[in-house]
Design a binder for this molecule. Sequence first.
Ligand SMILES: *Cc1c(COP(=O)(O)O)cnc(C)c1O
Length: 441
Amino acid sequence: MNYSSTNGDTQVGSLREALFQTFSSTGGLLMPETINPLPKDFLANLHTFSFQEICLKVCMNLFGDEIPKQDVEKIIQKAFDFEIPLVEIYEKEVYSLELFHGKTLSFKDVGMSFMAELITYFLEKDKLENKTKKNNEVTILVATTGDTGSATASAFFKKEGIKVCILYPKNKLSLLQEKQLNTWGENITALEIDGTFEDCQRLVKEAITDKELNEKLQITTSNSYNIARLLPQCLYYFWAIAQLKGERRTAIFSVPSGNFGNLTAGIIAKKMGLRISRFIAATNINDVVPQYLLNGSFEPRPAVRTISSSMDTGNPVNFRRLLTLYNHSYTRFSADIAGYRLTDRRTKNTLKDLYEGYNYLADPHSTVAYAALKNYLTPESEVGIFFATAHPAKYYEVVKQTIFDVELEMPPFLEETLRKEKQIVSLSSKIDDLKEFLWGH
Ligand SMILES: *Cc1c(COP(=O)(O)O)cnc(C)c1O
């Protein structure tokens, strides 16, 4: 399988290269060059296969013959040690696909654990073949306001030969969010940056494309730029349909979106032949993509803070990948995807309605997707699935403020996190300071 760039410049020949290189020479994002449809009888009988079997078939189709089948099988087994249940909200109409049963309680655990197993696999292979590069060590940088950072830390924690540096903005996160990033220790370093989240993103991009650093280190990122994190996200679209057990109607997916990796993975799943009628790009008031869907013009702007903070993005990273998948055709793009935006006030009202009316407690991100689905669903011809991307306790403060008397137990991961001491390194937002730190690290 070849990977080509959204800028149409570089082409790389393997997943491994795409994984470590991340960007093309002109800053384009990498994508599979071709997406082959899966066999019709497999797609028609999804409900007869296990989760493992579905993952294996889809991965082999995506990766080609770069990794032997038995190795892909092991990677899948190690990466997914949690459930992804489809929960019925109202009878045969609306379902929630719960993607948050991984260690750090957000859907980011799915792509991240797979990426971590891939990296480990390539490092071990190098060792066996005596082809070790740069001490057989990899440095992973990630800019985050929460979920991506904790998922990265958890996926790579204590993994041999891997060092993770989490960059997050100083004084911008809640205590619960910060502690999920800076209490790990071991091979995980929390870098508190004196700047904004955008500064953290810029630093990551500058560092992983820096010539000097690349000469000395194998360095990459687990942010949305990386295709190895995005591809495994296709898997749960298949698994969702499989769990509908041969339902005749087609499915509409509502995806709570920020950088649009989740939605991009859905479009790739559809290109592989999965029966999906359409998608909803559900956002908070950071709605540059819903705006594009309305009027065809894409206008990035600074992000605004909301209660669904992991979707606060003013310039979604994967928009370029989406455009490439639709050959830059607005007509095709907007035929497949509808946009929807929800204010914080309506998010809180909907969260409450969903809890009081249907006894389902959703986090603010998942609530945005549910509201969007309700707006578009035509139950005669479609089944509606929205993604629940975070455990409600992960956004404890907001959920408690919205429903005062809710009983919300802290899952063990969050409770332990709150009890641990923080360990941080403070840095300015200058690339030279980060480079100096990485030299010595
Ligand atoms: C990251 C995140 C999103 C947004 O996902 P994208 O793939 O960036 O669109 C939605 N919900 C939660 C809880 C997240 O952590």
